[in-house]
Every structure is written in C-alpha cells, then in structure tokens.
Design a binder for this molecule. Structure first.
Ligand code: ZN
Length: 136
C-alpha cells in the first residue's frame, strides 16, 4: 500500500512562466529543475508542507507531455504515491487488476524509481508509484 501522496505532476507549456505563477500561488520558489531525457521532459519542483509539485514541460513535440497538453490542455497530469517497496507494490496492484504501464520501475526525476498505472484502470487518474533510490 502507498505510504503517502508524494507529489502532484502538472503539465505546463511554458516552464518559465509556470514557475513564476506557482511561486506566486504557493509562496515558495522552485527548489530544483531536472531534465528527464528519456521522457523528453524538463521538470521543476516545489515543496509545500510535505507535498511536492512537479511541473512538467515537454522538450520535444514527441514527448508524452506534449501529447497530453495537445489532447487535454495544461493541468494536473498525475498523482504520485510513495511506495515502501515499489516492485512488491506493482505486483500487488497487478493482482488487483490495475493496468500497469511499467511492469518494471524505471529511473525518474528526483532520485526515484517510478512506475505508472494506466488511467483506464484508475478512474482516469494517471497514477505514479515512486520510491527513493537509496545510494549505498
Ligand atoms: Zn511524477
């Protein structure tokens, strides 16, 4: 079972402008930007209380974020839940009939292993499971 809501992913077109907007909205500045090359996405992270906000901007028209915005416009893209053991949890979710986008976790932003559940199986909410990678 997930431990807590870790972050909310928000798809944006103009990262610069959205960073300014969220700085005003949340009253805190982003604490980092990180390029996720495999996803063709530039991310920008905010933290408020213990929830993070991950702004996602496409760096290429073929990026899933570009396609998402094309279809649905800017806005909430996914909810990410922190997992104690992501591999075990993926198996459990699969047994419970959730449709996995990633059977095996992959490296995401913010030093995390991540995997997505298909929104078709989660009432339209793209759901990410994530677990911090502990470096020995
Ligand atoms: Zn995320």
């Amino acid at each position: 079972m997930p431990k807590k809501l870790e972050h909310i992913g928000i798809a944006v077109t103009d990262l610069e402008a959205s960073e300014k907007l969220f700085t005003k909205l949340l009253g805190v500045a982003p604490y980092k930007r990180e390029l996720v090359e495999s996803e063709m996405v530039m991310t920008s992270f905010f933290i408020l209380g213990d929830i993070k906000f991950e702004l996602l901007a496409a760096t290429h028209p073929d990026s899933a974020i570009a396609k998402f915005i094309e279809k649905k416009g800017e806005g909430i893209h996914h909810l990410a839940f922190e997992s104690e053991n992501i591999e075990e949890e993926l198996l459990e979710k699969k047994e419970n009939q959730f449709q996995l986008i990633h059977e095996i976790p992959k490296k995401g932003a913010d030093n995390k292993k991540i995997a997505f559940l298909h929104p078709k199986s989660t009432n339209g909410v793209l759901t990410e499971l994530c677990q911090e990678i502990i470096n020995p």
